[in-house]
Design a protein around this ligand. Structure first.
Ligand SMILES: CC(=O)SCCNC(=O)CCNC(=O)[C@H](O)C(C)(C)COP(=O)(O)OP(=O)(O)OC[C@H]1O[C@@H](n2cnc3c(N)ncnc32)[C@H](O)[C@@H]1OP(=O)(O)O
Ligand SMILES: O=C([O-])CC(=O)C(=O)O
Length: 443
């Protein structure tokens, strides 16, 4: 940006700010729930769902109190589902079936479902060359969104609104997402980082996690432990109620009658935000910054000193956020983080990363109190799913550019289930109200 442009924009921004300003007082005066959250932070009720439940509080003697976090998929606790899988069993397909269809599959149903998803694990002829390799970016979420929208041009039924067609499109995208992510990454490495371009075709006998690792690695190799860890991570990321930002976006866009490709691309735009799924990349950047500025990972005072600097906006990205901490629903704990931690401990030991783990654990211990100290409110804060996920992906040698895309490879299952539920149950455009506080210049 030239100096002249920058000066012009600075001047215009000050005009925008002056004319856009709304006194925070008006929000409480008119009873507006900022961020669609009531004064206690509880989300405004906007819908009903059969797909999952996310709980961070419970009512005891008529009073809502914080509790250990609970996540349920279609009536089953997430812990039960994870534990029900065999030691080396890849559960992505089974849990995706559960979320989409509403019940656990029989062996026969699972087989048919798996072969349906496998069937869709291919891209149109020359798609990699004509779409993915065009203007590759380090922002793989953007590359994927472009691919998703372009896939509509290859679909002669793109706008067919039947439920069957919508389900077909969802299954197709679930099958194609790993390819869109991994190939976009390789195209970026080839074009922008002077590396090599690999396009390994998915193998029909492999699960989603196995294919992801196989397509990513030049020599296509991966271990069962690596695939199982990634498979578990994806199950944990698949679904999180109707109110999370990207799933709500899915429901909003679906309610306008838009097609599957446009809806899923909108959900991608939401997920990549650093306060949502994009936090997994932010956590890694934050940890790298902390490693550079904290000498002794066991020294809680030294860590707290630096975390306070992050919170004051003095360092890092000046946003004042400790990434991976806090959640809109969970209070005492995020159940997924607890499951992740088991894997983290095991992997950190195997990979000799115990010192890193110590730093993570100390941040997890110190951050809640420091956040409360800053915001002058006593509200429980816990580490969220994004806190340890990047550490796990890093120990699996997955490049940072693919962290949020990996989240999307999993969450598309939840988006699809919510799109189908919105289409089946509701035929009403979502349209909340904004109270106008503008100054009128004429009668
Ligand atoms: C997959 C996911 O989306 S999980 C979330 C991933 N996101 C992150 O890790 C980013 C860091 N965390 C955050 O930004 C927030 O905790 C969110 C977006 C997750 C939840 O936000 P909210 O529901 O508004 O949080 P909550 O009501 O508990 O707290 C609000 C206040 O605490 C502050 N706060 C909450 N979390 C943090 C944090 N991690 N670091 C610093 N301050 C925080 C907010 O800035 C806000 O302050 P304000 O009232 O002065 O504006
Ligand atoms: O529920 C939310 O607000 C954020 C989210 O998607 C998750 O934690 O997985």
């Amino acid at each position: 940006m030239s100096q002249g442009q920058s000066k012009y924009l600075e001047r215009q921004i000050s005009i925008c700010k002056e004319n856009d300003e709304i006194s925070p007082r008006l929000y409480s005066e008119y009873g507006v729930n900022l961020g669609l959250r009531d004064p206690d932070g509880k989300g405004v009720l906007t819908g009903l769902t059969n797909i999952s439940a996310v709980n961070g509080t419970k009512v005891i003697s008529g009073k809502r109190v914080p509790c250990e976090g609970e996540l349920w998929y279609r009536g089953y606790r997430i812990e039960t589902l994870i534990n029900s899988l065999g030691e080396n069993e890849m559960g992505f397909g089974k849990i995706a079936y559960l979320l989409l269809m509403g019940e656990l599959p029989s062996d026969e149903e699972q087989k048919t479902f798996t072969s349906a998803v496998r069937h869709y694990r291919k891209l149109p002829t020359n798609f990699v060359r004509d779409v993915i390799m065009k203007a590759p970016s380090s922002d793989i979420m953007n590359s994927m969104s472009r691919s998703i929208l372009t896939l509509a041009s290859y679909d002669s039924e793109a706008k067919n609104p039947s439920l069957q067609n919508n389900l077909r499109q969802c299954l197709q995208l679930i099958g194609q997402f790993p390819m869109l992510a991994v190939y976009a990454y390789h195209a970026h490495v080839f074009t922008n980082l002077d590396g090599s371009m690999y396009v390994h075709n998915p193998k029909s006998e492999l699960s989603t996690a196995e294919n992801f690792l196989m397509m990513l690695r030049p020599d296509q190799s991966f271990s069962t432990v690596e695939a199982k860890t990634l498979d578990t991570a994806m199950i944990l990321h698949m679904e999180h109620g109707g109110g999370n930002n990207s799933t709500f976006t899915t429901r909003v866009v679906t309610s306008s009658g838009s097609d599957t490709y446009s809806t899923i691309s909108a959900a991608m735009s939401s997920l990549k935000g650093p306060k949502h799924g994009g936090a997994n990349i932010k956590v890694m950047n934050m940890m790298n910054d902390i490693r550079k500025n904290v000498k002794d990972f066991s020294d809680e005072d030294e860590i707290a000193y630096y975390l306070r600097k992050i919170l004051s906006g003095e360092v890092l990205d000046h946003k004042g956020l400790i990434y991976g901490m806090g959640h809109a629903v969970y209070t005492l704990s995020d159940p997924r983080e607890k499951i992740f931690k088991k894997y983290v401990k095991q992997l950190a030991k195997e990979k000799g990363r115990e010192n890193d783990l110590l730093l993570y654990e100390n941040i997890e211990k110190l951050a809640p109190e420091l956040i409360n100290e800053k915001r002058k409110v006593k509200k429980p804060v816990c580490a969220n799913v994004d806190f340890y996920s990047g550490f796990v992906f890093n120990m699996l040698n997955i490049p940072i550019e693919l962290y949020t895309p990996l989240f999307a490879v999993a969450r598309i299952v939840g988006w699809s289930a919510h799109r189908m539920e919105e289409l089946i149950c509701t035929d009403k455009i979502i349209r909340p109200a904004y109270m106008s506080v503008m100054e009128k210049h004429e009668n």
